[in-house]
Structure formats: structure tokens, C-alpha cells
Design a protein around this ligand. Sequence first.
Ligand code: HEC
Length: 274
Amino acid sequence: MKFLIGLVLGILIVPIGIFLYIRSGSAPAAATDPAMPFEKFLAKGALRARISKEAPQRDVASFTTGDLAAGAEVYQKNCAFCHGLPQQPPSAASKGMFPRAPQLFTADDTVTDDPPGVTYWKIRNGIRLTGMPSFKDALTEQQMWQVSALMARADKLPPDVLLALKPAPLPAILAAPQTKKAHIGIMLASVSAFCSLFRHALAALGQPMPDTKRQAVDAMAQLTGANPSAFHAVLDLREAKRKEREIDIEASLHAYLEFVEVVTSEVDRRFAST
Ligand code: HEC
């Protein structure tokens, strides 16, 4: 009898312990928490075993520069956001993830030693309980192999391919800001977003949330003492209430940016003091 009680207790103690540990709130749940006991072992061990069972073997030595360039394009569009680009600082997203997204073009993190089939498996299937998505439905078989071949040669890519791995160029409108047209474009393209930020900032500061863009601008002007006329001019242009030639574009851009700057520092200041 004693033995039986001992046995039952022995069997129950581990699940009860795990249950209490999880319910206690000390088990890691945030991306910024350190790993749980055995987490690495369980996650990595399971992954390795599965991959060695399933990863296809394929020699990608015959892949051409054209294939690698196609892989680079796929990478730029689908992977760089998390895994970064050659000669660039780590992507912002990578730093906030747990596990962190390896920067696949840095000496510490490249997967050039992994067989391409292993990389292909990870791209195709993703990695459970991490940020690594499965690309099975987003990319073709050929694209997944091309990007795997790219990863395998990440440390010795030809210059043509590296060129395709530069940070995305600024939208044309920002790259050529010297023209009047471009200045108008910048203001028209950003005015909605700014007004929406103003509305939310006002609400977050405990002010009534304005209904319209113009009300948001005016409320911000009142809160900060900044001059809202440039924002009204841009909204007038947007709503075709005024024509371009009726507005001094250079002066407006100046006043527009100044408004944003005054509002930003005032909102900063208020949040800091709450
Ligand atoms: C949303 C972020 C995200 C995107 C997008 C993403 N990954 Fe990942 N990837 C991760 C994270 C996080 C890991 C780390 C998983 C781990 O630690 O097990 C990872 C792991 C990997 C690994 C394994 C690295 C190693 O050291 O074993 C490879 C290879 C990889 N990703 C390739 C890609 C490719 C190629 C793409 C684009 C087709 C891509 N990833 C898109 C987040 C991402």
C-alpha cells in the first residue's frame, strides 16, 4: 500500500510541478524573457531530428548567377525584414524576437555550413514557436531552392548578386526632393497619416478625440501653439479647394515640417511628464 501511494505520488509530482510552475506566472511568456528550462533542448532537438528525417539532398553548385540573383530578389522581398542585409545593421524586427532572427549575412549567423536541403526545409516548413514562417504557399519550389542556394553562398556572392541585396531605395519622390512637385507629393502623401497620429496622440493625452483631420490639426495647434496654416493649405490642395499656384510650396513645406516638429516635441514632453 505504502509503495502504491509512493508510486502514484511519484508519477503525479512532475505534472503537478509543471502545472504550478506555469500557473505561478514565473514561466516565460514574453518575447523578452529568458528561455525556460529544457526549452532549447526540446525545441532544437525536435527540429534537428525532424529535419534529418525529411530534408531533401540536393547539390546547388550548378545554380547560376541568375538563380542567385533571383534568390536575392526573393530574399529582399520576403526575408530581409527579419534576417537583415549584407553590410547593414541588424533589422529592427530581429532584435525584438524570441528566439532572435539570425542575421544571415553576418559571420556569426550565416548558414553557409548547413546543407542547402536543411535550409530549404526551414524555408518551406517554417520553425514552430518562432517567428520563422513557412513559405510553402508564398514561394514556388524553384524560388525556395534559389534562396537556399543564396544562403549557402552568403559569404561569397558575386557582385551582381550583392547589388540586389542593397536596402530598398527610397521612393522616387523622397529621392528627388528638390523639385516643387516632389515637395507637394511629400505633403499630400503624409498629411493623412500625420492627422491620424495627431488624433491618437490627443486621445492618449486625455483630450477629446477629434472627428476630422482639420479638427485634429486645430486641436494640436491649440495644444502646442504651433501655426496650423500649412496643414490647412495641404488639406485644401487635397480637397481641391485651392490650386497649387495659389500656395507658396517651399514656405508651406517649411511650415509643415515645423508644425510636425513642434507637435512631436510637445507630445514627447507631455508623455514624459505623465
Ligand atoms: C518574421 C520574421 C522572419 C521572416 C520574414 C523570415 N524568417 Fe527566417 N527565421 C526567423 C527566426 C526568428 C528564426 C530563428 C528560429 C530559431 O531560432 O529556431 C529564423 C530562422 C531561419 C533560418 C535558420 C537559421 C539557423 O541558424 O539555423 C533560416 C535559414 C531562415 N530563417 C531563412 C529565412 C528565409 C530564406 C526567409 C525568407 C524567404 C526567412 N527566413 C524569413 C524569422 C524570420
